[in-house]
Ligand binder design. Sequence first.
Ligand code: HEC
Length: 254
Amino acid sequence: MVRRLWFPIILLGLTLGVWSAQASPPERLRAEAEETARLLAKLLQAGRLVIEQNQPLIDDPHKGEKGFTPDVFDQQLREEFRKKTDIDLNTLSAKQTDFAVPPLARELLPALIEASREVVRDAQVVINQRGIGYKNFIPATYGSQAAARFSKRSHVRLKQTALTPRNPKNEPDEYESSVLRWLADRPNSEAYVSELTESGRTLRVIMPIYYMRECLACHGEPKGEWDISGYPREGAHEGDLAGAISVRIPLDRP
Ligand code: HEC
């Protein structure tokens, strides 16, 4: 049973170090889960950005071997994540005293990197095709696949979603659609929603994604007209809510 969102909590980042303070165990658990969810969403966003930055290369019809290997992607992903969060994933395990990264995140961030690498690995044949421009390997397809792979192996579920998704697998559940509807009227690219559901047994974190100018070639005007990826355009404008990254963490981990 999903609780309706009456009093969503909007947080402006920076909850750093809460789990290391003298919080009670339930508060600590929640704070740790919340920071982990936030970092997972940031890592998926960083991956989306890396794909976007490499889109001209990926879609270059004149080039066969692109050199966009899992290792190259991995390196750029870590760099983007470091820019966004100041966290260096290369030294994560060594810095055990660094309270900015909770233990749960230390476990799950490398798992998401691995899932992401696999998506890029499996796309190599497509990426390296010569003679074809648009290949349908874009931030959203990367994001859907990496999130699905990660979720299959983890007790944490990570997902891209939107109110009217193109990919039916991204269909929002009742909780997600209530938050998306709420967020749609409140443009604020820094905020995210975090709430305990199922009598405090599950933490849900929703990090919104907004359309930028470069998204509108596919998601913008004219509404209803086909875009290059074979979907009708949404008629969206810059700054509109595009969807969200949704993270669901059970707090009563077996
Ligand atoms: C080349 C066309 C294209 C561009 C450019 C593009 N998208 Fe998409 N978008 C798609 C396609 C195709 C899907 C469905 C992907 C899938 O199969 O999972 C999608 C899916 C999404 C989703 C997941 C929800 C859903 O509809 O399934 C979000 C969120 C999203 N796009 C946001 C963006 C944002 C933000 C940008 C700009 C940074 C962007 N898109 C740029 C084509 C595009």
